[in-house]
Design a binder for this molecule. Structure first.
Ligand code: NAD
Length: 494
């Protein structure tokens, strides 16, 4: 499809920024709205309900009532499955609208909104729907005069707070397992990207998820977000976002009702390429492709590249040859692979780090500037710094933009030490032909996921989450049910 197709569709698109509470679209009880701006060209997309504590109270009350009367929680798992599969099918039926909303709202290229975000989110909802009638309880090996049943029960009302970098996908990683296991959910999307979450609520209702079970409250973090995290009638808060806010979420859980607090936080993932890597071109392509994918706005982006000194020059040369392929373009053009940064605030953050890198003495070998400013949107050229050392801010802090920091090493043990020398522990990678070295290095890397000789593999069947200050718990896979269920033991005397 041409960019004209998408631009025409964008002009015709109806934006509904109202919240979704108890099965209905509604403006905020605060009577306030905020402007939703598109990073593609800076234009206003529409007004969005600025939800506050009163809306959180209403949504939590609706979610609680729905949970208590069992309209969803007490349905046979096979029935919940059918409804979630229908929900997933409706997402695919509306794929163009959802993809367009995602691209206009946060700036990613339309082809990835379609192929990654809509497809991945729909697959996630379907997968948890299909899984839920295959999950069994346990009987413990107790003495024969008794029976101990171990069953899983939904925790009750789940509050979910998600970021803007993969709005629909991050939402689906929470609502998929939470809804499948019978909970009611109140979702707060990022104020920077509320539109797809709101459409998901419409589609969930159309699929047959009863009113009250799934509510969506757009609004600011320090208003709707904190009211949700502090709420005394929310049983679990599932958060994805920055480490800074994740710490506050855990505090708010402790300060209120000690709700279960699950956090999926930031990263500064290390990608270690040894001189004996089996395929240098593959290593270069994955390293460059993964940091520039989604404009570098990925929690697991391999933003620190440790390359063995003997291949550093060759590596950089080949990486630079690939950079023009990531030149930012119109996100509504299907040939574009790098789109817009989410907003002017994030643009300033990214440009600030580029300035810091230069000032600290790192060698800027690609990019480093804002581009396409005449579009009215926020675009940054794919940027590579060589000669970075671990003390520099660009090697320590999460930039969340298309900026690669290249460090070199001669001693692998020292590289691993530096790779681990960060508060984060989300992803890491090692490239080598030596199997024992790969396994030893993988074991030594303190990260929730370690890639060996690739970086891009991803599947709903595998857990996703971090060590250290990258968070706790795991999204995706059957392990995600652990976050949204309580284990109950029932002793029966025989
Ligand atoms: P953020 O922490 O600023 O915001 C995340 C969400 O929290 C938003 O909905 C925001 O409104 C809300 N929020 C902000 N302040 C709050 C408060 N005081 N109380 C309650 N809620 C509040 O993060 P962001 O900028 O939206 O997203 C980028 C971050 O997300 C990066 O650090 C990235 O690494 C991380 N992330 C992690 C994963 C993962 O799975 N580990 C996935 C995607 C993104």
């Amino acid at each position: 499809m041409t960019s004209t197709h998408w631009h025409d569709k964008a002009r015709e698109l109806a934006i509904d920024g109202r919240a979704f509470i108890d099965g209905q679209r509604t403006w905020s009880r605060t009577e306030q709205v905020f402007d939703n701006l598109s990073p593609v060209d800076g234009r206003k997309l529409g007004a969005v309900a600025r939800c506050g504590a009163e809306d959180v109270d209403a949504a939590v009350a609706a979610a609680r009532a729905a949970f208590e009367d069992g309209r969803w929680a007490n349905l046979a798992p096979a029935k919940r499955k059918r409804i979630l599969v229908k929900f997933s099918e409706l997402m695919l039926k509306n794929r163009e609208e959802l993809a367009l909303l995602e691209t206009l709202d946060m700036g990613k290229p339309i082809k990835y909104s379609l192929a990654v975000d809509v497809a991945g989110a729909a697959n996630c909802i379907r997968w948890y729907g299909e899984a839920i009638d295959k999950v069994y309880g346990e009987i413990a090996p107790t003495p024969s005069d008794s029976l101990a049943l171990i069953t899983r029960e939904p925790v009750g009302v789940v509050g979910a707070i998600v970021p803007w970098n993969y709005p629909m996908l991050m939402a689906s990683w929470k609502i998929g397992p939470a809804l499948a296991s019978g909970n009611s959910v109140v979702l707060k999307p990022s104020e920077k990207s509320p539109l797809t979450a709101l459409r998901l609520a419409d589609l969930a209702l159309e699929a047959g998820i009863p009113p009250g079970v799934f509510n969506v409250l757009p609004g600011y973090g320090n208003e709707a977000g904190s009211a949700l995290a502090l709420h005394m009638d929310v049983d679990c808060i599932a958060f994805t976002g920055s480490t800074r806010v994740g710490k506050q979420i855990v505090q708010m859980a402790g300060q209120s009702n000690l709700k279960r607090a699950w956090t999926e936080l930031g990263g500064k993932s290390a990608n270690i390429v040894c001189a004996d890597c089996p395929d240098l071109d593959a290593a270069v392509a994955a390293s460059v492709g993964s940091i520039f994918f989604n404009q570098g706005e990925s929690c697991n982006a391999p933003s620190r590249l440790f390359v063995e000194e003997s291949i550093r020059e060759r590596f950089i040369e080949r990486a630079l040859a690939l950079v023009p392929g990531f030149t930012p373009g119109d996100p509504l053009d299907e040939n574009t692979v790098m789109g817009a940064i989410v907003d002017d605030v994030q643009l300033k953050t990214v440009m600030g780090y580029i300035q810091q890198g230069k000032a600290a003495g790192a060698r800027l070998v690609a990019g480093g500037e804002r581009v396409r400013s005449d579009s009215g949107g926020y675009y940054v050229a794919p940027t590579i710094f060589d000669g970075v050392d671990s003390s520099m801010a660009i090697a320590r802090e999460e930039i969340f933009g298309p900026v690669l920091s290249v460090l070199s090493f001669t001693d692998l043990a020292e590289a691993v030490k530096q790779a681990n020398g960060t508060p984060y522990g989300l992803h890491a990678a090692v490239w080598t032909s030596d199997l024992s070295k790969a396994i030893r290095t993988s074991r030594a890397l303190r990260a929730g996921t370690v890639h060996v000789n690739q970086y891009d593999n991803d599947d709903i069947t595998v857990p996703f989450g971090g060590y250290k200050q990258s968070g706790n718990g795991r999204d995706k896979s059957l392990h995600a049910f652990d976050k949204y269920t309580e284990l109950k033991t029932t002793w029966i005397q025989i």
